[in-house]
Design a protein around this ligand. Structure first.
Ligand code: FPP
Length: 254
């Protein structure tokens, strides 16, 4: 029987353990469309990113309420440095702005904050604020809120391959023992399950260098809605679409 997700939100007493049966364990989101959302309203792009932060806040609340185990959000890619300086500066201040207001709630909800990406390339203030959040939530056992910051999947794979080659050169790893798990274990996401569901709003149909290895068997869900307008109804639509998919992992159903 399919999970009556909408009922789950309506009825306070729905049994969460039943509801979680067919939920994606890990949802990854490309939070796209902030600039176009702002342009439509005659606002600066930064206003779109700010509205994107508000959409993220409510999405975290819904995902947590539903019992999603991991939520990975693409907050800044290795390619986003090409944007105008003012926009980059604004995007780099968003994590600290968000954590200043929301860290207490995340802690109260037992959420663990993690970060994937090249942190060495981040400004000190950004690095420090996410590091503080990671430290202060390290012992939490609830939903993992995973920020992809200065993240690029090809750079991540390159970094993993270099580490593996170093281990082979130093003799601590036998090249014959390298398998898919070896690769997964050398990615930034080593401790996380692969995403089951990728959500990309804003009418774009690409992966944009996001979790290329990890998304191998993910179900993809696209929508025309711009990220700042993304709401509970869209999250439910995406999850319900996911629940209708027949995941065969290359095999066949007998
Ligand atoms: C892509 O939309 C979005 C980004 C590069 C930034 C995403 C960041 C947020 C939603 C805020 C995240 C908040 C925290 C706390 C880190 P775009 O600017 O490319 O939109 P466009 O394609 O319409 O121009």
């Amino acid at each position: 029987m399919r999970l009556p997700l909408r009922d789950y939100f309506r009825k306070k007493n729905t049994d969460k353990s039943t509801a979680s049966d067919q939920l994606p364990r890990h949802i990854a989101i490309v939070m796209d469309g902030n600039g176009r959302w702002a342009k439509q309203r005659g606002l600066p792009r930064t206003a779109g990113h700010h509205a994107g932060m508000v959409a993220l806040r409510r999405t975290i609340r819904y995902a947590d309420e539903l019992g999603i185990q991991v939520l990975t959000v693409y907050a800044f890619s290795t390619e986003n440095w090409k944007r105008p300086r003012l926009e980059v500066d604004f995007l780099m201040r968003l994590p600290s702005e968000f954590l200043k207001t929301d860290l207490a709630e995340l802690k109260e909800k037992n959420v663990r904050v993690t970060v994937i990406g090249d942190r060495e390339g981040l400004p000190h203030h950004t690095r420090d604020s996410v590091h503080k959040a990671e430290q202060e939530t390290a012992g939490n056992t609830g939903m993992v809120l995973n920020f992809a910051l200065n993240y690029g999947s090809r750079a991540e794979l390159l970094h993993a391959i270099r580490n593996i080659v170093e281990k082979v050169s130093s003799g601590s790893l036998d090249s014959g023992d390298i398998d898919e798990t070896t690769i997964s274990n050398h990615l930034f996401t080593a401790s996380l399950p692969d995403p089951d569901l990728l959500i990309r709003p804003s009418g774009e149909y690409r992966l944009s260098n996001f979790l290329l290895w990890q998304l191998a068997y993910a179900e993809l869900w696209f929508s025309d809605v711009y990220w700042p307008d993304f709401d509970k109804v869209h999250l439910l639509e995406a999850i319900e679409a996911y629940q209708r998919r027949d995941r065969r992992y290359g095999g066949i159903k007998l």
